[in-house]
Design a protein around this ligand. Structure first.
Ligand code: ADP
Length: 402
């Protein structure tokens, strides 16, 4: 460097401490001067020689600025500048310092994207101003890239949320449509049964019909009505999910209490449910009442579709430190493989015949799945006819700080 201008330390707003400058030389004497000047200005400086390993060296050390100090610009230097500019993933500034050349050589480097071209003898003040300015641009560029990346992540997250909301809304719409088209059957049929049973009881009862049969018919019809009304109410409630650290044992106990309170099954049936999981369980990110509602549906089905008795197990299996699997296993009638893809559709029942001996309207699994989807989970099933079924889902563990 010439000594005509006093050395002026960096005054830009750029933080110089973090930034690494790679000075590449071709054995000219000026490199040391340049490196020393930059070090005095608090930049981290490394010096490397212009040879065949330089490209690998740059990739390994990932500098923030490259300064090529060459006696004469040559084809090798031009190739390095081209390579650097072609492969830069952000903005890697390059300064070329050489002896004065003719205009054409200078332009070749400008065309590669070389950011500054300084002729020897360089003036310290100008040189440092270029270094500071280019590093400031690099920093702003990196900040922009990082902001952009953050925005892209947030956008992807938002899109995923919207997708779930849209899916839930579409599903809800389908269920509403299905309810409306099923209302005739699901509400009117039992209503008519109650009406005609009561009317027969008021009038002369035909000899072949006893009062007890009519009362049983009316009671069953009322139960069916109640089931349908409950499902519709739950449909509305299934949209209010509040995520937070959740103790699974509490949700399971809540589900069992609610099931017992419903008195849908003879009292001894509830004793078939066993809670088969470790005492100390990790917390999961979920909605306590939502999970209880899902388990209520699964336990109801497990008891209902295992008419020959046997244990209904609630299973919990932590999966590493990230997730927890929750399942309900029954030794019941099972589901044929061809029917499995349909059981989560609203109002779908494997046996939809009039002689079907199980209650229910066919929306339990749809509701359970809708609730789980709002917790970024979904129901899975393994089933074999005559052997039984396991319905399960996975929730994320809550990691508490150590
Ligand atoms: P519902 O139980 O009211 O009929 P669901 O939506 O809960 O409606 O279930 C849909 C269908 O899936 C049931 O009708 C039944 O055919 C099948 N299913 C659900 N759970 C079980 C189970 N544990 N074992 C056998 N079949 C089941």
């Amino acid at each position: 460097m010439t000594n005509t201008t006093p050395y002026v330390a960096s005054t830009s707003a750029v933080s110089t401490e973090q930034q690494t400058i790679l000075v590449i030389d071709d054995h000219t004497a000026q490199t040391n001067d340049i490196a020393d000047g930059l070090t005095d200005s608090n930049y981290k400086v490394t010096v490397a020689q212009m040879d065949t390993t330089i490209w690998r060296h740059i990739q390994r050390t990932q500098p923030d600025l490259v300064i090529l100090v060459l006696a004469q610009p040559d084809a090798g230097a031009l190739a390095i500048c081209q390579q650097l500019k072609q492969h830069e993933s952000g903005f890697l500034p390059i300064i070329l310092v050489t002896a004065k050349t003719n205009a054409n050589e200078h332009l070749d480097f400008v065309r590669t994207g070389t950011d500054a071209y300084l002729f020897q003898p360089i003036v310290k003040q100008e040189f440092m101003a270029r270094v500071d300015a280019l590093l400031a641009v690099r920093q702003r560029f990196s900040q922009l890239l990082s902001d952009n990346h953050q925005l892209a992540l947030e956008l992807a997250d938002r899109n995923a949320q919207l997708e779930t909301a849209l899916q839930t809304a579409q599903e809800l719409d389908l269920i509403k449509t299905a309810i409306i088209s099923n209302v005739n059957h699901e509400l009117r049929t039992p209503l008519l049964q109650v009406k005609s049973s009561v009317a027969l009881l008021q009038e002369d009862i035909p000899p072949e019909t006893t009062a007890e049969t009519l009362i049983n018919m009316a009671t069953q019809a009322i139960d069916r009505l109640e089931n349908t009304v409950t499902s519709i109410t739950q449909l509305a409630e299934s949209q209010n999910v509040n995520l937070g650290p959740t103790n699974l044992d509490e949700s399971i106990n809540l589900a069992i209490r609610q099931l017992r309170r419903s008195s849908k099954f003879p009292i001894q049936e509830y004793n078939r449910i066993i809670q088969n999981y470790p005492k100390h369980l990790p917390l999961v990110l979920a909605d306590k009442r939502g999970i209880a509602q899902v388990l209520l549906h699964l336990l109801d089905n497990a008891l209902k579709f295992s008419p020959d008795g046997g244990l209904v197990e609630v299973l919990i299996e932590p999966q590493g430190r990230e997730a927890v699997g929750i399942g309900v296993r029954d030794p019941g009638i099972g589901i044929p493989t061809t029917k499995l893809p349909h059981i989560f559709e609203s109002f779908y029942q494997v046996d939809a015949s009039a002689t079907r001996s199980f209650g229910g309207v066919g929306v339990g699994l749809t509701l359970a799945n809708m609730i789980l989807r709002q917790m970024n989970s979904s129901l899975q099933v393994k089933s074999e006819p005559g052997i039984g079924s396991t319905f399960y889902f996975v929730l994320p563990q809550v990691t508490l700080p150590d």
